[in-house]
Write a protein that binds this ligand. Structure first.
Ligand SMILES: C=CC1=C(C)c2cc3[nH]c(cc4nc(cc5[nH]c(cc1n2)c(C)c5CCC(=O)O)C(CCC(=O)O)=C4C)c(C)c3C=C
Ligand SMILES: [Fe+2]
Ligand SMILES: [Fe+2]
Length: 339
């Protein structure tokens, strides 16, 4: 029997510093997230980061936490429930990190007699720290616990016309009544070196981004190219004018260079250097709202932009469990099931 496993990133169990530490330990010890030799990662994460970061992150989570739990988890559960209501196929949800694990998701499907699983990482764009680590972990679990199960995975959907249409409709709905002079497309950042590591041709991708407009098979796994393509497609769908929008990358950690321009620098630069005072921010790398959108963009970003000279600011919510997005997922699932 066929079934679907939706996989998102995951959150701590609560905003307690100890729970946040456990979650960050699993997340940051992932070799596809902090991609340095094991002993160096161990010293950096266990010796330094886990002594300071959990307290700071726990305080940030406390600002956005819902009565039902982490917004990312609650929204993903609501989404999965709605998708399940529109199909006869069993639908399960798992998280790459935290207690709502990928193992649990597989078990739920296996218990219902599923032996052919469609894996859907809930990330539109490929990155080694998001899609790849999900697929590697899912394969590890399958091999170890369900060796007779068949699996296949959805392709990155950054330019899928259905995703673009649903995203654009969501943006249009939330922009209504908000007068703006600029739209910032803020994507989750990654360290620049990840772009080179994920280049399957080992020659196409360049740190400076001069490669992203030249067609290449490397773009199948190029996060920056895929982000730019999402922007272009949404711009086309919404008919946005040149000069009225731009891209940036958020959520840097540690000192290495990450993809540029940095979102927090843009919050200062746009009002000061470009005279943009009324800003709408959209976050297409996230299908559900989470710490990085609700705290970093909707709260911290707003404060920074207004302090820097901006006058109006709005974060456009992610698609979350809206009906268009649910319908898109059901269409993809049906298409896979018919193959
Ligand atoms: C080196 C560190 C990180 C990389 C690389 C990275 C890539 C990456 N992350 C997401 C999506 C999310 N990240 C979220 C939180 C988060 N991310 C990092 C670090 C890296 N992410 C940390 C340490 C945290 C935890 C919070 C913090 O301490 O700042 C979240 C939100 C989770 C939630 O519970 O709400 C998401 C979603 C993507 C898509 C990505 C690569 C493209
Ligand atoms: Fe992240
Ligand atoms: Fe590129």
């Amino acid at each position: 029997m066929k079934g679907v496993l939706l996989i998102n990133l995951g959150s701590p169990d609560s905003t307690k510093v100890s729970d946040v530490r456990t979650y960050l330990d699993e997340f940051l010890m992932d070799e596809r997230v902090i991609d340095i030799p094991y002993w160096k990662r161990w010293l950096l994460i266990k010796g330094i980061i886990l002594n300071v970061r959990p307290k700071k992150s726990a305080a940030a989570y406390a600002k956005i936490w819902w009565k039902e739990g982490s917004p990312l988890v609650v929204i993903s559960e609501r989404f999965a429930k709605k998708v399940a209501a529109n199909t006869k196929m069993p639908i399960a949800l798992g998280m790459r990190y935290g207690s709502m694990s990928i193992e649990k998701g597989f078990k739920e499907l296996a218990d219902q007699g599923v032996d052919d699983v469609f894996i859907v990482p809930l990330y539109p764009h490929f990155a080694m720290s998001s899609t790849e680590t999900v697929l590697v972990k899912a394969e590890e679990v399958r091999k170890k616990l369900y060796p007779n199960m068949k699996t296949s995975a959805i392709d990155s959907f950054y330019n899928d016309p259905l995703y673009i249409k649903a995203m654009s409709a969501n943006i249009k709905k939330h922009l209504a009544g908000f007068e703006h002079d600029h739209i910032l497309f803020s994507y989750h950042g990654i360290p620049e070196r990840h772009i080179l590591k994920s280049d399957t041709t080992k020659s196409h991708c360049k740190i400076d981004g001069s490669c992203c407009e030249t067609a290449s098979i490397a773009h199948k796994t190029c996060y920056r190219h895929q982000c730019f393509e999402t922007t272009k497609a949404i711009v086309k769908e919404l008919g946005l004018k040149e000069g009225m929008y731009s891209n940036s990358f958020q959520s840097r950690l540690l000192k290495d260079p990450w993809l540029k321009p940095y979102t927090d620098f843009e919050f200062d630069r746009l009002p000061k250097e470009e005279g943009k005072k009324k800003l709408a921010v959209i976050t297409p790398a996230f299908v559900s709202d989470c710490l990085e959108t609700l705290e970093e963009i909707a709260m911290e970003g707003k404060e920074q932009f207004l302090e820097g000279g901006g006058t109006d600011y709005k974060h456009i919510p992610c698609m979350n469990d809206n009906d268009d997005w649910v319908e898109v997922m059901n269409t993809w699932i049906d298409a896979w099931a018919k193959q």
